[in-house]
Design a protein around this ligand. Structure first.
Ligand code: ZN
Ligand code: ZN
Length: 471
């Protein structure tokens, strides 16, 4: 393990909560219990971040022995576990409890078994998975994690995060009162700090994205990755705050214009990275993957699909913003804005929730000539779609409110949200997200896969792994 890298384990809040409940259910009193996550590691500059793909909690009939002072799983259960869940590239997280409260220490027995197990899994599987182990109190409220090297000789501590944002190097540095944020002190100084540390990836810096950046910037967000391939045009000037004819004449990219907005708020301590390509470029994808939050505010379906795929792959919260104006046959306009936050870690997504149209996304990815043909035949939304500042502002403003609620904890987005505002009837509609839940979505189905395994699931099956050690 590289000593300059910090290692973190990031489990989405709802998944952690479901896991805790299953663990507590798998015993009678305060017996020790055990559960597993199978995680994908993602390495960025100074950090390796492990995010779960699946989890498994053995039911009480999977134990050979289970008491308040120790536990032994059935040999068959371990074979079942590794053969069914240890897919290529995944690492194992193993969590067990000790009786009592407070943060427990790993015992000498834990040290010995885990050391053997770490060596065993890395030598028996070609991908040499790592072992991360955790020990918690009996209610799974307090605990600690460590990661073993492949020889099972050494381990390093692992940061554990079970909130939406895995913000690294989170420190309380709010010793001097920043007058700029005095009027929002009521939301808590720790939350203000979190906003300062948050790195937001904004895909689409047009009519909605620019207002959004201005608003979220004023709330306290200083770190940005901006993605948009387009340049400012005169037709944009009806709805982009602070944009000028000079900028259009000088052919400013939209990403540079939004960077300019952020730097006006924070001339000294902002960090804004601009990428003047589409989200499909490798550079965009790489940089968006490092963001704590992904926001997509484009007018096409393909970039939204890509943003959702990245959010699922890297387990990041996603906020999707859009507006739409249409004119009814009697010439009265109907206007909509939509704010969608799919649940982090699966359940439903923009694709299975039909928030975006996959056919359109496919057309948008087609070569240019075909794209133009499709647009001519009315299959694609064009750049000439009607758009007004005030409607975009309702959308961007509500999106920022949702993020403020996610950061401060006054809005629960664990099951996702999908809000649609309609004007002039002045109606907010909230999609019942229970109807959006799907089990077998091609895009989000792999995430959030979970199970409580019972003895009957594996007792009759045959395994070819005779030298598996018993826990
Ligand atoms: Zn133990
Ligand atoms: Zn889905």
């Amino acid at each position: 393990m590289n000593e300059y890298l910090t290692v973190s384990l990031h489990i989405p809040p709802k998944m952690w909560c479901d896991f805790q409940k299953s663990m507590v259910k798998s015993r009678m009193f305060n017996e020790e219990v055990i559960g597993f996550f199978f995680c994908q590691g993602h390495q960025s500059k100074h950090k390796i971040r492990y995010i779960p793909k699946t989890w498994v909690v053995p039911a009480s009939d999977c134990y050979e022995h289970q008491s308040a002072s120790g536990l032994v799983l059935k040999q068959h259960f371990h074979s079942y576990l590794l053969e069914n869940h240890l897919q290529a590239g995944l690492d194992i997280v193993h969590i067990h409890t000790h009786a009592g409260g407070g943060v427990p220490d790993f015992s000498h027995v834990d040290d010995r078994y885990e050391s053997e197990y770490a060596g065993f899994i890395s030598s028996h599987f070609p991908t040499q998975p790592h072992l991360i182990s955790g020990v918690f109190d009996e209610n799974l409220q307090f605990g600690q994690f460590r990661i073993w090297d492949r020889t099972g000789q050494r381990f390093e501590p692992v940061d554990f995060c079970h909130s939406l944002f895995d913000v690294s190097n989170f420190q309380e540095v709010m010793n001097k009162t920043d007058l700029m944020f005095l009027r929002q002190k009521i939301f808590g100084s720790a939350n203000q700090q979190l906003l300062h540390q948050l790195k937001v990836g904004l895909i689409g810096c047009g009519g909605i994205g620019s207002i959004f950046a201005e608003l979220l910037g004023r709330l306290g967000v200083k770190n940005w990755v901006l993605v948009d391939p387009d340049k400012l045009e005169t037709v944009n000037l009806n709805r982009m705050p602070g944009a000028t004819k000079e900028m259009v004449q000088q052919q400013w990219y939209k990403v540079h214009y939004v960077k300019h907005l952020i730097q006006k708020i924070y001339p000294e301590d902002s960090c804004v990275q601009t990428i003047a390509t589409g989200i499909e470029s490798e550079l965009s994808k790489q940089e968006i993957a490092t963001c704590d939050l992904i926001v997509v505010a484009t007018d096409n379906h393909l970039s939204r699909k890509t943003a959702q795929e990245l959010a699922l792959q890297y387990m990041r919260p996603l906020v999707c913003l859009g507006t739409h104006i249409e004119v009814k046959p009697d010439n009265t306009p109907r206007m909509y804005c939509r704010i969608t936050v799919p649940p982090m870690g699966g359940g439903w997504c923009l694709m299975c929730g039909n928030i975006i149209n996959l056919q359109r996304a496919a057309l948008e990815s087609a070569p240019l000539e075909m794209n133009q043909m499709a647009a001519g035949a009315g299959y694609l939304e064009g750049v000439n779609d009607p758009a007004v500042f005030w409607l975009n502002s309702i959308c961007a403003s509500t999106g920022v409110g949702v993020i403020h609620g996610m950061v401060s904890g006054f809005l629960n987005v664990d099951s996702g949200i999908d809000w649609i505002y309609e004007f002039p009837v002045n109606d907010w509609r909230k999609t019942n997200t229970e109807y959006l839940q799907t089990d077998n979505c091609y895009f989000c189905g792999m995430n959030g896969l979970e199970e409580v395994v019972e003895n009957s699931d594996f007792e009759n099956s045959e395994f070819e792994n005779p030298d598996l050690i018993i826990w």
